[in-house]
Structure formats: C-alpha cells, structure tokens
Ligand binder design. Structure first.
Ligand code: NAD
Length: 251
C-alpha cells in the first residue's frame, strides 16, 4: 500500500519542494497550510489532499491528523516544516508574536508527533523530519522567538528519536542556512530595515558572512535530503541534526 506523508507549510518554499520530492516517489501527500490558494494548488498538482489549517491554533493539529486518517487511513511520514520569521530587537519583540511563533514552530510539531505516534507504532514504521534551522544550533541577534523555537525543536527531535527507536520510527532535524524561499526574501527586506543597509549589502555582508560557500541554498537540496531520510536508505539515521549550511558552523 502507498505511504502517506503530511507536509506542514507545503504550499511554499521548502515544504513545496518536499511535497514534489515525496510525491515523485509515489507517496500520497497531505499539504497542510494556512494559505488556501497556494496550498490547494500544490495539493492538486500532486493529486494529494489539502487541509487548510492555522497550525498555531492547537485544535488544528488534531483536525489535520483526523482528516488525513479519514482519507488515507494512515500516516507514515510527518514533515514539520511550517514556520515564519520575525526580526526585531528583544526589548521591542511583540509578546503576542513570541506566543504565535512558539505555538507554530514548537508546540505544533510536538502535538502532531504525539498524534501520529500510535498510528506509526501500530505498523512499526515511521519517519518524522523536523525542518529546524542553523538557528537551532547557533544564535544571531534580533530573532529571539525563532531561535528559541528552533532550539526547542532539537530537544523534541532527540527525545522522540530515543522513544521511537524500538518502534521503527526515526526522527531527525535538518538545519539549513539560508534557502531561496519567500521567507528569506522577506528577511532580506527586514534586515535591510533593521540595519539601515541596501538589500544586496545585507546578503553579502550579513547573511553570507559566516558561510564558507557564498551561496543561497535551493529548496530542492533540502527536499532531496528529506526524501532520503524518509526512505529505507535512511533507516539507521535517527536523532540527527543534519546541517546544510554551506560551512556556517564549521568555524
Ligand atoms: P515559506 O514562507 O516559503 O513557507 C512557509 C509555509 O508555511 C507557507 O506556505 C505558509 O503559508 C505556511 N505557514 C506559515 N504559518 C502557518 C501557520 N500558522 N499554519 C499553517 N501554515 C503556515 O518558508 P520556507 O523558507 O520554505 O520555510 C519553511 C521552514 O524552513 C520554516 O520552518 C523555516 O523556519 C525553515 N527554514 C527556512 C530557511 C530559509 O532560509 N528559507 C532556513 C532554515 C530553516
């Protein structure tokens, strides 16, 4: 029977590329996104199911799993990918924004993992990939909520990996540096505003400064690695925080 994968934030950027990569391999895809237009289009293009949900609202996580089970009867793969960035100094950081970012990028991955767990355990097979960030491993100024949520996601990854091992469930995190998506395009504009620099200077002088390879990563690169982790070839990889960072953390 074909496998079924849920990809949160599958309507754009990295999530969309993961939908394409998994669908190419014959996996049924469930695109969960709050953007009905983009998410719906990606799901239609790949013959999958679209579930329009705001995953920062806890009840949506249950809705997403219920709708997936009622359509496919199973969840084999969960990709916790939905996220967004907000750039502001800590003392001005809006508290409501902190709550939403933690809810989306840490609480939703926890709840979705918890809800798919019994289904994966039943078949003795599961793959969970958390799209973290290089900012799950190191910090930068002005991104307090994002960095806190992503650091927490590594704790979730490692704990779930330990508990999933005996049940054939692998849980891994990917830690990319800058990937060419709308999230990064918005960040370039935000950073330009915060630092009072032109956008090209932000890319060269700030964003790519710590990288050994001076390039923005393509979404397909992250999607290919995700597909590997979700395949049989990735069966011995669990609890890993896999950097794709152009050498950022090598120093
Ligand atoms: P993106 O903005 O292109 O896509 C994010 C998707 O998530 C969008 O379709 C959006 O509608 C959806 N989304 C946002 N909030 C949501 C919510 N509350 N409920 C449901 N869906 C919601 O961004 P991206 O760059 O592809 O980022 C995907 C993930 O990769 C994020 O978790 C991000 O932190 C991580 N990441 C991105 C980069 C990068 O450089 N682009 C680097 C490291 C990690």
């Amino acid at each position: 029977m074909d496998k079924c994968a849920i990809i949160t934030g599958g309507g754009s950027g990295i999530g969309k590329a993961v939908v394409e990569a998994l669908s190419r391999e014959g996996t049924n895809v469930v695109v969960a996104d709050r953007d009905e237009e983009k998410g719906g289009r990606v799901a239609r293009e790949h013959g999958g199911l679209f579930v329009g949900v705001d995953l920062a609202a806890e009840a949506s996580c249950r809705t997403l799993i219920d709708k997936t089970i009622s359509r496919y009867g199973r969840v084999d793969i969960l990709i916790n990918n939905a996220g967004f960035q907000h750039v502001a100094p800590l003392e001005d950081f809006p508290e409501e924004r902190w709550q939403t970012m933690l809810a989306l990028m840490l609480t939703a991955p926890f709840l979705l993992t918890k809800y798919v767990w019994p289904n994966m355990k039943e078949r003795g097979w599961g793959r969970i990939v958390n799209i973290a960030s290089i900012h799950a491993l190191v910090a930068s100024p002005n991104k307090v909520a994002y960095i806190s949520a992503k650091h927490g996601l590594i704790g979730l990854t490692r704990t779930a990996a330990l508990e999933g091992g005996p049940h054939g469930i692998t849980v891994n995190a990917l830690c990319p540096a800058y990937v060419r998506t709308p999230l990064v395009e918005n960040q370039i504009a935000d950073q330009a505003r915060v630092h009072g620099l032109p956008e090209e200077a932000v890319v060269e002088q700030i964003m790519l400064k710590p990288a050994a390879i001076k390039k923005i990563i393509e979404p397909r690169e992250i999607a290919d690695l995700t597909a590997y982790l979700c395949s049989e070839k990735g069966r011995s990889v669990t609890g890993a925080c896999w950097t794709v960072d152009c050498g950022w953390t090598a120093q």
